[in-house]
Ligand binder design. Structure first.
Ligand SMILES: O=C(O)Cc1cc(O)ccc1O
Ligand SMILES: [Fe+2]
Length: 434
């Protein structure tokens, strides 16, 4: 299944139907007495049965054996993948920044190469997210991952990700993102060798497109640009290892067949990919720097309207044209907590110190903004139209304070000099004496 050229179905939240063998999908019903070709019918529900129709996600799978055919689970040790606020250390009330996370010397696959940087909330309470980096140099072979704690949003930074999922195969390169729903088996192959990137593990409500309000019916991430794989299955009896994330712990079992044995499926709980180059970016064409919510690609709402469990926000290439305006981000403090990463290029608020493959954290009400050098440059730059090009930063923004992990604080990548970048912002008041 993994050698065929990849094909995709387009659209966000669609009711898709796809079969790898013609005739494998039952017509007019979901669970006939015997499904076509004697496949087993299996339902995966990503939301409560009774979730409102617009927020309901489920998919019907027609497979060679149901996923209940597996072995007993034993604990699996991967101490660097932690869960929720409880998995972290005491949070200092300061801005934090990390240099690019280095590849470990030992060869790891995606599961063993995952390191939690910050997390909030509680997987059992279905709130919050974790921001991880993956530092992986080996493809998962006869090994699959099933995450019952949350969906996983991938932001590759170096090297392509090839995601083999129960619903088919998708590939994402740096600049693209991909998502695998909660509970769906997948494995990560690395066609380019050693690979690095970021993951948002979302314990809360599934990511969806934001409302557009006065923007209208088009713009930002357009629904048609989201791509979902067509059904594909791999042949093969023989031992397969299943790693399951369940209740903040990893577990391992083995079974005698591949979990990628779904011959046809239909539904709207699906993996997808999206190329951020398609993002229709909106900005000021008059004056002032707008709130970064205009760059929201996907949002995971919380129970409070407008106050997200997590917004996934990008800072893509764009024109800066605002007149009489300090164009980079303003100095600010925010109720929402901001975890950022850089895929490539430079970020306008921190052109030098924030590096691709690194990260920063500005928690609830922690002051931050452009470093002294960026302030000086932007305060004196001629305000002709300017293209911010060759850059892609992103933010996981959450209503819940992020807690860094022991790994994040002690593995040597923490930029202990981060706060110095603002020390050059001297009092330059030119007014009369008090
Ligand atoms: O802090 C940051 O760099 C992210 C950010 C960008 C922006 O343009 C406005 C607000 C904001 O938090
Ligand atoms: Fe900010």
């Amino acid at each position: 299944m993994t050698d065929a050229p990849l094909s995709y179905l387009s659209g966000f939240g669609n009711e898709f139907a796809t079969e790898a063998a013609p005739g494998a999908l039952p017509i007019g019903r979901n669970s006939p007495q015997r499904a076509p070709f004697d496949l087993y019918a299996e339902l995966i529900s990503g939301t409560a049965f009774t979730a409102p129709r617009a927020a309901n996600r489920r998919t019907w799978l027609y497979r060679r054996q149901p996923s209940v055919v597996t072995g007993a689970y034993q604990p699996y040790e991967q101490p660097l993948w932690t869960t929720g606020a409880a998995g972290g250390v005491v949070v200092p009330p300061e801005p934090l920044r990390w240099n690019p996370f280095p590849m470990p010397e030992a060869a790891h696959d995606f599961v063993d190469g995952l390191r939690t940087v910050v997390a909030n909330g509680d997987a059992d309470a279905q709130t919050g997210i974790a921001a991880h980096v993956y530092l992986a140099s080996r493809s998962m072979d006869r090994r699959a991952l099933v995450n019952a704690d949350g969906e996983m949003l991938f932001v590759p930074q170096q090297g392509r990700l090839r995601l083999v999922t129960e619903l088919g195969v998708l590939e994402a390169k740096p600049g693209e993102i991909a998502l695998v729903p909660r509970g769906m088996a997948f494995k990560v192959e690395l066609p380019d060798g050693p690979s690095r990137g970021y993951v948002c593990e979302n314990y809360g409500a599934f990511f969806r497109l934001p409302e557009l309000g006065p923007i209208g019916s088009n713009g930002l991430a357009n629904a048609r640009d989201f791509l979902t794989p067509v059904a594909a299955w791999e042949d093969g009896a023989g031992e397969y290892e299943i790693i399951k994330k369940f209740g903040g712990r990893l577990w391992r079992s083995t079974q005698g067949h591949t979990p990628f044995n779904v011959v046809a499926w239909h539904g709207n709980l699906v993996p997808f990919k999206y190329d951020t180059a398609h993002f229709m970016t909106i900005g000021s064409i008059s004056y002032d720097h707008p709130d970064p919510s205009i760059f929201t690609v996907l949002t995971s709402p919380s129970d409070t309207p407008g106050t997200a469990n997590c917004d996934f926000v990008i800072f893509p290439p764009r024109w800066m044209v605002a007149e009489d305006t300090f164009r980079p981000p303003w100095y600010h403090r925010n109720l929402m907590s901001e975890f950022m990463g850089l895929v490539y290029g430079q970020y306008d608020a921190k052109p030098e110190g924030f590096k691709p493959g690194g990260a920063s954290l500005h928690n609830c009400m922690v002051p931050h903004g452009p470093d002294a050098e960026a302030f000086e440059k932007a305060s004196t730059a001629p305000l002709s139209p300017h293209k911010l090009d060759n850059t892609l930063a992103f933010m996981f923004e959450s209503r819940y304070r992020f807690v860094p992990t022991q790994y994040a604080m002690t593995s040597g990548t923490l930029d202990t000099a981060y706060a110095h970048c603002w020390q050059g912002l001297k009092d330059q008041f030119r007014g009369a004496k008090a």
